[in-house]
Ligand binder design. Structure first.
Ligand SMILES: [Zn+2]
Length: 268
């Protein structure tokens, strides 16, 4: 009996330890690392003292994740957004990003307005539907190359959207001019002043040399998206982008360098 009890204790403790371990591994750890001096054929590479940021990426982070090739409704990181915060049904955010949004929502509400999520996670298939629709709406007089560049003013090629990651959300109204005066200006001014306190940054600002146009409605949960962006910088290649009309232009346009990585430096 005593042995059974001991086994039971070990079992319970193991479950506890597993849970703890799980919490640790899904967290994103950043730490600084001093590059080791490398000795090769008797020559010493002088890298002593170079501070280099090494990132331990979470287990779920891979190219399929970066390219939105998963179903957010069954992914451990994702939660469904409650109906009161969105005008859509069945849309998802990363659970950490969602928690941060809820804190921001409450404070924004106290400041006198409602934040409404009108788009959040869009996986590859969802982004492909948007892409195909936009493609079909463009004039046949345009070449395929021109169509691609026209769509890229505001929309991403499937596989290259930050919306794949669960860290991105579009708020309230998808029109920059809405935020120039009245209620829109009030919301935008508040977000510019406060969104960073909850971890949000604005990736598509005005005046950047490359990438998508300004999007005053698009906000990103930086504690995760900055890590995903680093992963994309190290691992993503234009030739991985395929499976839709115009995807053959990804390399010529330099989607990774000129779009994925060309964001406001506040989001890096
Ligand atoms: Zn967006």
């Amino acid at each position: 009996m005593k042995q059974t009890k001991n086994l039971l204790t070990v079992f319970i403790f193991s479950i506890y330890a597993c849970t703890q371990n799980n919490v640790e591994t899904i967290g994103v750890k950043l730490h600084h690392h001093i590059k080791q001096t490398v000795e090769q054929s008797g020559t010493k590479k002088n890298e002593e003292g170079t501070a280099d940021e090494i990132i331990e990426y979470p287990d779920y982070l891979n190219l399929d994740f970066i390219m939105g090739k998963f179903d957010p409704s069954s992914h451990e990181r994702f939660v469904r957004i409650e109906d009161k915060y969105t005008n859509k049904t069945n849309i998802y955010l990363d659970k950490k990003a969602y928690k941060a949004f809820l804190r921001m929502y409450r404070d924004a509400y106290k400041a006198g307005f409602r934040l409404v999520i009108i788009s959040a996670t869009r996986n590859f298939d969802y982004q492909k539907r948007i892409w195909d629709l936009k493609w079909s709406e463009l004039s046949d007089s345009l070449s395929d190359n021109e169509k691609v560049r026209e769509i890229l003013l505001y929309s991403s090629m499937p596989g290259s959207s930050r919306h794949h990651w669960g860290t991105e959300m579009d708020l309230n109204v998808l029109e920059n001019s809405y935020y120039d005066d009245g209620e829109g200006k009030k919301i935008y001014d508040w977000l510019r002043l406060n969104a960073h306190k909850y971890g949000f940054c604005k990736p598509y600002t005005a005046g950047r040399e490359k990438g998508y146009n300004e999007e005053k409605w698009h906000w990103s949960y930086k504690p995760l998206s900055s890590v995903y962006l680093k992963y994309a910088k190290e691992n993503m290649k234009d030739e991985y982008i395929s499976g839709f009309k115009g995807s053959e232009f990804a390399r010529e346009i330099g989607i990774t360098q000129n779009y994925i990585l060309s964001v406001n430096e506040d989001c890096l």
